[in-house]
Design a protein around this ligand. Structure first.
Ligand code: ADP
Length: 322
């Protein structure tokens, strides 16, 4: 009900009388007032006028399901929210083991142990970014799982572009960058046997409202706020991410890599470029020729074509991070 009230208030620019709200939502005026009071206590700015009724000015800056859900076209997405969690991916895996359905979402205001690939860490500041993981149950062979990474990256990039007009690039396999700086990191983990994926969990951390970065991230990271100069409505961004990720994911599951690869190539930060490949202790230079059907990176090194697996290497530009 809370979500419906928020959604209704969001859709109306004019004041809505208590009567209109109660008729629209099928609850008593006292119940309407209780919800309004609770929303205000959580930080929502709602103007109340004796003769005119209520008008929503601003929602609280929270990623709670009712705020995200208010921006979703289809708000039956199962969601769990945390003020703070170790890693949304770890929670997503636990929830998946307990039976979370395809498309379930874990969100957090802050991850204390956010993870990147290859055991690297992901830094988040409380209420600064959108940290979320989505549980997926794709009916595809595990050999095709890498495509999920591509679909999730395309989904997040589309959400950032649609919502904020920021046109990003994708650094294989799935970092999202803007002018060679990272704006989003994605990590997909899965549980599978030889021929069946039990579940995959894809986590995406999007830098939204950070105004600065420190240490090694100063040169490497950026946020939507830094790029556009405007603050981000995180709940709305998260809702767009969920919708766009699910759109590309479904496309991939139904129609395969060929249905998304063209878009992925157009957004690639590495295709057709000279790149540095970091493979454990070894670093070598190669030319990025493309991507195979199974999501591997095709790199030409000394005239010989190599296929690189996302779980094993990192890519850097010749001079920059990308
Ligand atoms: P890589 O980009 O080196 O291939 P990963 O995909 O594993 O690595 O992402 C982890 C890396 O992302 C960390 O080592 C760190 O350099 C960087 N990172 C961590 N937190 C952030 C952040 N909030 N924004 C941008 N980059 C970050």
């Amino acid at each position: 009900m809370r979500q419906q009230i928020i959604k209704f208030l969001l859709s109306q620019e004019e004041y809505q009388s208590g009567e209109a709200l109660s008729a629209q939502l099928g609850i008593s005026r006292a119940a309407v007032w209780k919800h309004i009071k609770a929303l205000r206590e959580e930080g929502a700015e709602i103007d109340a006028h004796t003769n005119k009724g209520y008008r929503l000015i601003r929602l609280p800056d929270l990623l709670k399901p009712e705020y995200i859900g208010a921006y979703l076209d289809d708000y039956r997405v199962p969601m769990r929210w945390f003020e703070e969690v170790g890693s949304t991916n770890d929670y997503g895996k636990k929830w998946a083991q307990e039976g979370a359905e395809d498309g379930s979402v874990v969100v957090a205001e802050h991850q204390t142990m956010g993870k990147g690939r290859l055991n690297r860490s992901w830094e988040s500041v409380p209420h600064g970014s959108v940290e979320m993981s989505i549980v997926l149950r794709p009916k595809i062979p595990p050999q095709q799982a890498a495509g999920i990474n591509f679909a999730v990256a395309l989904g997040v990039a589309a959400a950032i572009e649609k919502g904020y007009g920021v046109s990003t690039k994708i650094k294989w396999p799935n970092d999202i960058t803007y002018q060679n700086k990272k704006i989003c990191g994605i990590l997909t983990e899965m549980s599978a046997d030889m021929d069946h994926i039990e579940y995959a969990v894809s986590g995406a951390g999007v830098n939204a409202n950070q105004e600065t970065f420190h240490g090694e991230l100063k040169e490497k990271a950026t946020s939507i706020r830094i790029i556009t100069g405007k603050s981000v409505n995180r709940a709305q961004l998260c809702a767009m991410e969920i919708q766009e990720i699910l759109r590309y994911y479904k496309k991939y599951i139904v129609s395969g890599m060929s249905s998304i690869i063209q878009e992925y190539k157009e957004k690639s930060a590495v295709l057709g470029k000279q790149i540095n490949v970091i493979a454990g202790a070894e670093t070598y230079c190669g030319f990025c020729k493309g991507f195979a059907e199974d999501g591997t990176l095709l790199v030409e090194v000394d005239g010989e074509l190599r296929r690189l697996l996302a779980g094993e290497v990192s890519i850097r530009g010749m001079n920059d991070y990308v």
